[in-house]
Design a protein around this ligand. Structure first.
Ligand code: URP
Ligand code: ZN
Ligand code: ZN
Length: 459
């Protein structure tokens, strides 16, 4: 298959120009003005933007969690991602405490086999570290192409590791060229606040928010940065929500430390006032939504280069699943549906308002994730030889987000009625048209597992 994209405004993290892009097989073969190629298919991209396919490095598909499983599987999740312009996701494998990484990998391979529409990779969550697991970490990096290891400083008894295990894991990961990522909140303090609120019969979704104050995230982020400093390991804080946590990273930079930071679209666009609503369970996630001043800090963090990535932490549950916690906020499955909206939300709320530039937009939705997670320049840019994962985007098209039109397997929208400017129109996935005229043309099984290497982003 050959495709010629004509006269688009090609935007990468570093450049912005009008050109044609010629695709043959799975790859970009030529970029230039008035390319002389005859292609099987020509796409007129005049007045449209052409971006590298989005990479969302934080999603949870078909994940067993809090007594249920997230409601999008590899088919519905990666397909919804493609509709929004995200061509690759990185999901999280969860080690069961007491069991091996190998068994966890097998379980996730079974879940994803033949099902993904878009490309995917895995982070490995280490929830129980010991000498045997240390050997498995080396195997994951050297043999499986899984080079990032997720840790949890919260969810005690299920996912959390202690600081001793964290430091030992960091040492092994550093020695073997990997990266440690973290859910950085103080699990002990959160658990004690949850217990207090439950004892006082304060059980509405608002108390989910009040059980995870900003200090629990700021403290854990600083502690994580200190452990990185001590071990020399590269690190990445996922789903950062607040000013206090960002300031902890800023302090770490003053000792010339480099700590990568991800925030998510919801923390840039929604706030904690939603927890006062009757349907506040829709936004119960961890960490919770914060305040307007935190949004300002995060937008600034993007422009300061302190926050390098915008993900979603897509972890959807249906209203029936959310109702598991109708009488007790601590039983509401944590997470919300977002995988489809990341590219359009960030464009509308960031680029259209002038908060971030077009180049910054591409950097934080695609390029930096490809570099940090070791798959650049195969992914994350528009260049000769790169995978032809391309988004043709109409910057002026207005539309409204709704459960009636989204493709995620969730029976509500956390963004219902939100009016956006800018829409993903056509998506190419490794040289095939994936999305066109609001239809997905690829079948489950087209999506491939992507083996990853070393971090290549320098900050
Ligand atoms: O609420 C969330 N974030 N659910 C998914 C698990 C996690 O902590 O990322
Ligand atoms: Zn988390
Ligand atoms: Zn998550």
């Amino acid at each position: 298959m050959s495709i010629l994209i004509k006269n688009g405004r090609v935007v990468t993290a570093e450049s912005d120009y009008i050109a044609d892009v010629y695709v043959e097989g799975e790859k970009i073969v030529a970029i230039g003005k008035d390319l002389p190629y005859k292609a099987k298919k020509t796409i007129n991209a005049k007045n449209k933007l052409v971006f590298p396919g989005g990479i969302d490095p934080h999603v949870h598909l078909d994940m067993p969690f809090m007594g249920t499983s997230s409601s999008d599987d590899y088919t519905t999740g990666t397909r919804a991602a493609l509709f929004g312009g995200t061509t690759m996701v990185i999901d999280f494998i969860l080690q069961t405490q007491g069991d091996t990484l190998k068994n966890a990998l097998k379980a996730w391979q079974k879940r994803s086999k033949g099902k993904a529409v878009g490309d995917y990779s895995y982070h490995m969550a280490v929830t129980d570290f010991n000498d045997k697991v240390a050997k498995e970490v080396v195997h994951m990096i050297k043999k499986e192409g899984i080079t990032s290891f997720k840790t949890f400083m919260a969810y005690k008894g299920a996912l959390m590791i202690d600081d001793g295990q964290m430091v030992q894991l960091m040492k092994v990961v550093k020695k073997n060229g990997g990266l440690v990522t973290v859910h950085a909140t103080n699990g002990d303090v959160i658990d004690s606040l949850i217990a207090k609120h439950r004892k006082e019969k304060k059980l509405t979704p608002l108390y989910h928010y009040l059980s995870q104050p900003e200090v629990t995230e700021a403290e854990a982020s600083a502690r994580f940065a200190d452990m990185l400093d001590y071990t020399g390991c590269p690190g990445y804080i996922v789903h950062m929500t607040c000013e206090g946590a960002l300031n902890a990273v800023r302090e770490a930079t003053q000792r010339n430390q480099k700590v990568f930071v991800e925030t998510c679209t919801q923390y840039l666009t929604l706030d904690a006032s939603l927890y006062k609503r009757k349907d506040g369970a829709k936004w119960v996630m961890s960490p919770p939504l914060r305040e307007k001043k935190d949004q300002v800090a995060l937008w600034s963090g993007l422009n300061q280069g302190m926050v390098q990535v915008v993900g979603t932490d897509h972890c959807p549950f249906t209203m029936k699943q959310k109702a598991m916690g109708k009488n007790d906020f601590s039983k509401i499955p944590n997470g919300h549906p977002a995988i489809e909206h990341r590219m359009e939300l960030l464009f509308s709320a960031g680029v259209k308002t002038g908060k971030i530039s077009l180049n910054k937009y591409v950097e934080v939705t695609s390029t930096n994730a490809a570099k940090i997670f070791g798959m650049y320049p195969k992914k994350g840019t528009i260049a000769i030889g790169a995978d032809a994962d391309l988004v043709i985007f109409n910057p002026n098209k207005k539309h409204t987000l709704s459960v009636k039109t989204h493709h995620m397997n969730a029976d509500y929208s956390a963004y219902e009625g939100m009016k956006l400017t800018g829409k993903t129109e056509t998506v190419l996935m490794r040289g095939q048209v994936a999305i066109e005229k609001n239809k997905c043309l690829l079948k489950p099984g087209y999506g491939k597992f992507v083996k990853r290497g070393k971090t290549s982003l320098t900050i």
